[in-house]
Design a protein around this ligand. Structure first.
Ligand SMILES: C[S@@+](CC[C@H](N)C(=O)[O-])C[C@H]1O[C@@H](n2cnc3c(N)ncnc32)[C@H](O)[C@@H]1O
Length: 245
């Protein structure tokens, strides 16, 4: 059963305080890299899977997308997305990515930021996305990097100040990882890099770009505390194409 942790009041309260929840895309360290992977959006039909507060949906509309659908399982996230979106061109709806249904050949771009690592049935989701893309369409997404997520023994991997540390353990053991990030018992799904890439290939996607996000020198000059992201990747960004043949 889907956990829907963003509807947990404590989790939602904590998530709402994060920089990315206050400043939107400008507060998301990996956004410049995500943006660089995007095609020209003018006239495109887009679906944002796990749209959260709708930051990307509104950005896509500003950049000329013609129709944007934002889907999320959380009522909390959708309510704020709706409240912060005025005007036409964006539709939000509740949907669980574990059993998503989308119309065939309906979208030019399927976008997702930091949602797929919650999904158990990633193979099923990829099949749904593939059939929903028009030929030549793109799937561009980010997830928490599997190296960052891998710890299974929190007691062993917590430093003196109580922060989760690394090196990782049990990387090859795929499946649920339970963390106490913002609330007790948050469940994410660990897959190795190989599994993620092979599922994409096996689902018919052509992989265009893979990025294990790290801060630039300019980032570090502005945000010195991001230096830890040079030690291990926190985000994995992947751009794919549905070939037109
Ligand atoms: C880290 S937030 C990212 C939100 C937004 N994409 C962003 O980058 O600002 C993850 C989002 O994925 C959604 N999510 C998690 N599991 C989901 C599921 N099974 N179906 C639909 N949405 C899900 C959460 O409700 C949450 O809004």
């Amino acid at each position: 059963m889907t956990q829907n942790i963003y509807d947990d009041p404590d989790f939602f309260e904590g998530y709402s305080q994060l920089q990315r929840s206050i400043d939107g895309l400008a507060g998301a360290a990996e956004w410049p890299s995500m943006r660089a992977m995007l095609p020209e959006l003018h006239g495109l039909d887009i679906v944002d899977l796990g749209c959260g507060f709708g930051w990307f949906c509104r950005w896509a509309r500003e950049h000329g997308a013609s129709g944007i659908l934002g889907l999320d399982v959380s009522d909390n996230m959708l309510a704020r997305a709706q409240a912060e979106t005025e005007g036409e061109g964006i539709r939000y709806a509740k949907a669980d990515l574990e059993n998503l249904q989308l119309p065939a050949a309906a979208f030019d771009l399927v976008y997702s930021s930091l949602a797929f690592h919650y999904i158990r049935n990633f193979a099923g989701l990829l099949a749904t996305i593939h059939q929903a893309l028009k030929p030549g369409g793109r799937l561009i997404f980010s997830i928490e990097h599997p190296i960052y997520m891998a710890p299974r023994r929190p007691d062993w991997l917590v430093d003196a100040e109580g922060y989760k540390t690394w090196p990782l353990d049990s990387y090859q053991m795929e499946g649920p990882r339970v963390t106490n990030w913002l609330a007790e018992g948050v469940v994410k799904q660990h897959r190795t890099m190989g599994t993620t890439l092979n599922l994409l290939i096996g689902s018919g996607f052509r992989i265009m770009h893979v990025e294990e996000w790290t801060p630039t020198d300019e980032d570090l000059a502005m945000y010195p505390d991001r230096v830890i992201e040079r030690e291990r990747p926190m985000f994995l960004l992947i751009s794919t194409l549905k070939p037109s043949y």
